[in-house]
Write a protein that binds this ligand. Structure first.
Ligand SMILES: [Fe+2]
Length: 299
């Protein structure tokens, strides 16, 4: 396996950005004590576990079949988790959270080997939690306000989201995400973002990539890998996307993720403001000491 970068994470990193239910469900890392062959030696290894979707396998029928779940969750999702565990055991990644592993192995777009399995494990858990029995309908509250502000209307949002999912070439994902800074300029940051800078965006990603790697907060996703829909819809991806939007989306989950993402952004801004104030106080003290020093020299 390629050498991994230092486990020093960017200051902006946060372990469970924007979705408390995923934080709970993604707390997959369990520490299992494994007795070594020699008496008295104990080896502690971390291990990610495959969580069951938050509803029974047949709960989304007739829109998503039990057969699809048994194949998609039971084989594909399981394989991502199992393969990740094999790849990271004994490496520097072994003790990190899944989100840490995704960010580090994304490696600014030059992917390290465990990235695909780590991101796919995360994406699928997030996907299961994006749906619910009796889903679909319309969003409400602040989520709807922001959708109307950033896309013009709910209908316009649905049209754009469906188009992103339908036009993702090959395997991948479509996402609604909360972007805390509107700037798209590399290596630039808006020092004082306003509420207008914090907006909803639709993005599509190839293969395993997800918006965490750009520091966006994912709110909703649809899996458009063929394995997600071919048992129920054959090659009719657009029919699958329509059913997802009309019958499966959990807008409650999306709203709660938005709330958590906003709280996370506010916390980060507060920390950054405190740092700026501390730095300004320090600089003022240095200036004061310098003035006092030059005054005493002049006497
Ligand atoms: Fe999938």
């Amino acid at each position: 396996m390629a050498a991994t970068p230092s486990a020093t994470l960017p200051s902006a990193f946060f372990p469970c950005p924007g979705f408390p239910e995923s934080c709970r469900s993604l707390n997959w890392r369990t520490h299992k004590k494994q007795l070594g062959r020699k008496a008295g030696t104990v080896k502690v290894r971390a291990k990610f576990e495959l969580n069951h979707p938050p509803y029974p396998m047949n709960a989304l029928e007739p829109h998503m079949s039990r057969t699809t779940f048994e194949y998609h969750w039971g084989k594909h999702h399981r394989a991502y988790v199992d393969n990740l565990n094999k790849q990271i055991v004994g490496t520097e990644l072994d003790e990190l959270t899944l989100e840490d592993i995704i960010l580090i192995t994304y490696n600014r777009g030059d992917l390290l080997p465990p990235f695909n399995n780590a991101a796919q494990a995360w994406n699928h858990q997030f996907f299961w939690e994006s749906m619910k029995p009796g889903g679909g309908g319309n969003p409400s509250g602040e989520l709807l306000v922001l959708i109307n502000r950033d896309f013009g209307s709910f209908e316009a949002f649905v049209k754009e989201f469906k188009a992103a999912a339908a036009t993702q070439f090959g395997s991948g994902w479509a996402w609604l995400a909360y972007k805390a800074n509107r700037l798209d300029v590399g290596n630039a940051s808006n020092p004082h973002p306003s509420d207008e800078d914090k907006k909803l965006v639709i993005v599509k990603t190839p293969n395993a990539v997800n918006p965490l790697v750009w520091d966006y907060s994912p709110l909703l996703t649809i899996d458009v890998w063929e394995h997600a829909y071919h048992l129920d819809f054959r090659s009719r991806r657009t029919d699958y996307i329509s059913i997802f939007m009309e019958k499966l989306v959990s807008w409650e989950a999306v709203s709660s993720r938005l709330e958590a993402a906003k709280a996370q952004v506010a916390e980060r801004e507060k920390e950054e403001m405190n740092k700026r104030e501390e730095e300004e106080e320090y600089q003022a003290e240095v200036r004061e000491m310098y003035v006092e020093s030059t005054d005493s020299d002049a006497e």
